[in-house]
Design a protein around this ligand. Structure first.
Ligand code: ADP
Length: 486
């Protein structure tokens, strides 16, 4: 394995978690080991001390009934009964001089502790101590206690068996601990890998996306855990980004396409004029046509800017009090000659008293765009109806209904996109920005626009806006329409 891959392994979260589990396991095992060890040692010592104390007490009782000779006999019997390698008893004078003892062959090296004798004589009776039996290599527990006037007994019990128990405990612990440590490291590694496998899935997708594959998505399992929720959120975010990127790309293509025709036209006309112009009049005509084309281009660019600013909310919106009925009336008046020229009936019944609060100029452009569309996409002999209404729930509505060409079902969800133009409308003039601007205006005023249509029969566009209380004594006409479309 290369050193770079080794480095990556060591930095991996799964490995660090495994080491952490193993570390916590080791620490708690060692703490548990010492606790149990001290508990066992304590229990053993207490039992041995009790045995020794009972022995001293028995000797004291015998001293009272049978005298020193009885004590000597009893000491030998006690040592033999327990085993001469398990227990020995020495009888000492108050000066620490031995005057009787059981078989001491096994106990070579265990002397008489003058300090312990002194402490017994001073009243600290009995005195316990633990010493090492040098030749046998195990510990011995000793007690010094008075058994009669001027007679002190030194009684010692081997801790050999107890040492072996503790030894076995140590060995058992070491074996169990190593096994469990290995097991916990393996289990910890698998658990960490399992828990982090989702993160791996996400980072694989991130790498694919960074390499340009925007269509990649994180597979979501059916576990419904935090990683799944993260994956769902991540996929949702990617969907949004992808649709924005697609929108931006389409918009770029549309802008290029829509700018190309007028620019080509301007260039073509200039070229033809240069080659064939026959006097000032031809140049004047070219200039007029160029101005007209440039105006259209500027208009388109300005509308795009306005949509972007309205959507981003960067323009400071005015807060005029607008009578919607009066505003739609104004629009009808303005478009009446166009309707008449086309032979389309325009029926505006708007009334007054429905007020909204907002930017009058922007609302006028929204209404003009909708009315202009209704007339543009309705052939001769058709009808366009404009209605204004308001409900008690605080919503004002403006409806434009036409008996025009209608909008195919598949286009209906897209007509509000920038530059989107339905196929049947390609022959009519337009930029595909009117509805997009209208919707951004409605939304920036806290409302929205809905479109319904039956192809070949007609369409209905309904604008909903939050209704505002009308100003006392305000005159109609506050919203008279002015300004061109788009
Ligand atoms: P355009 O400049 O093409 O009118 P719009 O954004 O105003 O751009 O409209 C987008 C598309 O929606 C139009 O190209 C047309 O296909 C469709 N559309 C809008 N209004 C109507 C309507 N009243 N009747 C039929 N189609 C409509």
């Amino acid at each position: 394995m290369s050193s770079r891959r080794m480095g990556e392994r060591f930095r991996s979260l799964a490995l660090r978690l495994t080491l952490l589990y193993a570390g916590v396991f080791t620490f708690s095992s060692i703490v548990a080991y010492f606790l149990f060890y001290h508990l066992i040692v304590g229990v053993i010592r207490e039992r041995v001390d009790q045995d020794l104390l009972q022995g001293i007490n028995a000797l004291s009782a015998i001293m009272v009934t049978d005298g020193l000779s009885g004590v000597r006999r009893s000491a030998v019997l006690q040592s033999q009964a327990a085993g001469e390698e398990k227990l020995f008893i020495r009888l000492l004078s108050r000066f620490g001089v031995e005057f009787s003892a059981t078989n001491l062959t096994y106990w070579e090296g265990i002397g008489i502790d003058g300090d312990a004798i002194r402490r017994v004589l001073l009243g600290e009776d009995p005195v316990f101590e633990t010493v090492l039996l040098p030749r046998q290599g195990h510990a011995v527990r000793i007690v010094y206690g008075t058994v009669g006037p001027g007679v002190i007994a030194q009684m010692a019990q081997s801790l050999d068996t107890q040492s072996r128990v503790l030894d076995a405990y140590r060995k058992l612990f070491a074996a169990t601990f190593s096994l469990l440590l290995a097991l916990s490291a393996v289990i910890g590694w698998f658990m960490a890998r399992q828990a982090l496998s989702g993160v791996g899935r996400i980072s694989a997708v991130v790498r694919r996306i960074a390499a340009g594959d925007l269509g990649s998505r994180v597979p979501v399992t059916r576990r419904g855990d935090e990683i799944d929720r993260l994956a769902e959120g991540f996929n949702h975010m990617l969907d949004r980004i992808q649709s924005l990127v697609t929108e931006i790309r389409e918009m770029g293509e549309n802008i290029a396409h829509d700018l190309k025709s007028p620019v080509t036209r301007i260039r073509g006309l200039a070229e033809v004029t240069l080659m064939t112009a026959d006097g000032l009049a031809d140049y004047q005509q070219m200039a007029a046509s160029t101005i007209e084309d440039c105006d259209r281009l500027l208009d388109m660019v300005n509308t795009m800017l306005e949509i972007s600013r309205t959507e981003a909310g960067v323009v400071e919106r005015r807060n005029d009090r607008v009578d919607l009925g009066a505003m739609v009336d104004g629009a009808c008046e303005l478009f009446a000659p166009l309707a008449e020229d086309k032979g389309v009936g325009l029926d505006c019944r708007t009334g007054s008293g429905v007020w909204v609060e907002g930017d009058q100029r922007m609302l006028q452009r929204m209404i003009a765009n909708l009315l202009d569309n209704a007339l543009r996409y309705t052939p001769e002999g058709g009808r366009v109806k404009a209605r204004v209404g308001g409900d008690a729930g605080g919503t004002a509505t403006v409806t434009f209904e036409d008996t025009g060409i209608g909008i195919p079902e598949q286009d209906l969800s897209r007509i509000f996109e920038r530059f989107y133009r339905g196929d049947p409308s390609r022959s009519a003039s337009g930029t595909g920005l009117g509805l997009s601007l209208a919707r951004s205006v409605a939304r920036s005023h806290g409302g929205d626009i809905r479109a319904e249509s039956t192809p070949g029969k007609g369409s209905r566009f309904t604008v909903r806006l939050p209704r505002a209380p009308g100003p006392e004594g305000a005159k109609n006409g506050a919203g008279r329409l002015g300004g061109p479309k788009r």
